[in-house]
Ligand binder design. Structure first.
Ligand code: NAI
Ligand code: MG
Length: 360
């Protein structure tokens, strides 16, 4: 029996609880198969926390998350809270929790499942074999720099500033190198070093620490070129590391390679092995409560947690293989089904994946 790991579960609003319930089934199956031991603690977050506690991120919830080894998050938000003041909006809780937990990088895998290649807008032969990870810096750059407006002789002027220090660059680049070491050992560092000073510091820092990872093949790619190459040769990328704004845009571009929002996992990491794992999609109020949601994004987020926070790579591989197997057999939830009349419910899909998990 392995050491007990503590997971804070904050399932949130809309389809959040529906998809998280399926990931918890997978968690329990992994315990049975691999002898792991997980202690899960559930806490209120988002709109439901506003309704019950008067704030999207109650102190108690933060305490549960901070005392855990990892956090599994569903999704938050919904029309019910859209007209609330800023402090009483579910999305404010998302910003708050990321800040409170010191999460400085965002991992967004984009994997094209062979049987779903037709779901993408790109040609199947271009997508063949695509399995990449965008590592985006989350706490620096132009989104967090000084911003202000001033009067000039040409009228009002707005200013956003982009700043990065060496330490900020180094911690995320080291993390990206380590992630690459656990994958196909290729790292693309994306910048705009031909124009931006922050990018020149970024590139110098990458080059300085690269010798510490001699087994990883490094390439520098300018951001505009990267945007093109993602569409032209997506399968050639393994890990892409980049600053906040470039990562925001490139991770969304990479996500579209796969064709469905219901399949996209993510992680946000801080120091050490702690991480928050969540599907990329939101609370999908349009389908909430009907058992229609695709649980795969959340199940793949759990697999990412196993591999990244706990080092349970074997189980992570088995979960991902189970997802691929179920899809290969033709099983679909409505969002990825061609024939919607044959679509499975959220829990039917979850059960099939649980049943397909096999110990290697
Ligand atoms: P959304 O991702 O919730 O939904 C977009 C579309 O994709 C909808 O048609 C939805 O039905 C579909 N969809 C999403 N996830 C799905 C799944 N697992 N299976 C099947 N279909 C799925 O984005 P939207 O509609 O822009 O936002 C809805 C609410 O979610 C808003 O309140 C928004 O603020 C919030 N949101 C929360 C996020 C989070 O918790 N991290 C992220 C994005 C949005
Ligand atoms: Mg975005």
């Amino acid at each position: 029996m392995s050491e007990t790991k503590k997971i804070a579960v904050i399932s949130g609003d809309g389809i959040g609880p529906e998809v998280v319930a399926e990931a918890e089934k997978v968690l329990r199956r992994a315990e049975e198969l691999y002898g792991y031991s997980f202690e899960t603690e559930h806490a209120l977050f988002g709109g439901i926390a506003i309704d019950e506690k008067g704030t999207p991120l109650p102190e108690e919830t933060l305490k549960v998350c901070k005392s855990a080894d990892a956090v599994l998050l569903g999704a938050v938000g919904g029309p019910k809270w859209d007209n609330n003041s800023k402090e009483l909006r579910p999305e404010t809780g998302l910003l708050g929790i990321r800040k409170e937990l010191g999460l400085f990088s965002n991992l967004r895998p984009a994997v094209v499942f062979d049987c779903l290649k037709e779901a993408s807008t790109l040609k199947p032969e271009v997508l063949e074999g695509t399995d990449l990870m965008v590592v985006r810096e989350l706490t620096g750059g132009i989104y967090f720099g000084e911003k202000f407006r001033r009067e000039t002789e040409h009228g009002e002027e707005a200013v956003d500033t982009c700043a990065y220090n060496v330490a900020e660059v180094e911690r995320i680049v080291r993390q990206a190198f380590e992630i690459a070491q656990g994958r196909r050992k290729k790292l693309a560092s994306v910048d705009k070093a031909n124009v931006l000073e922050t990018s020149r510091l970024w590139r110098e820092t990458v080059n300085r620490i690269a010798p510490d990872y001699p087994d990883v093949e490094l390439e520098h790619v300018l951001v505009d070129n990267c945007a093109m190459q993602l569409l032209r040769r997506p399968a050639s990328f393994d890990v892409i590391v980049t600053e906040n704004m470039f990562g925001d845009i490139l991770s969304d571009e990479a996500a579209m390679l796969t064709g469905s929002i219901g399949m996209l996992a993510s992680a946000s990491l801080g120091e050490g092995s702690f991480g928050l794992y969540e599907p990329v999609h939101g609370s999908a109020p349009d389908i909430a409560g009907q058992g229609l949601a695709n649980p795969i994004a959340t199940i793949l987020s759990l697999a990412l947690m196993f591999r990244t926070t706990f080092g349970y790579g074997e189980a992570a591989d088995a979960i991902e293989a189970a997802v691929a197997k179920v899809l290969d057999e033709g099983h679909r939830t409505a969002d990825i089904a061609v024939d919607k009349s044959k679509a499975l419910s959220t829990s039917q899909m979850g059960d099939l994946i649980v049943a397909a998990i096999q110990k290697a």
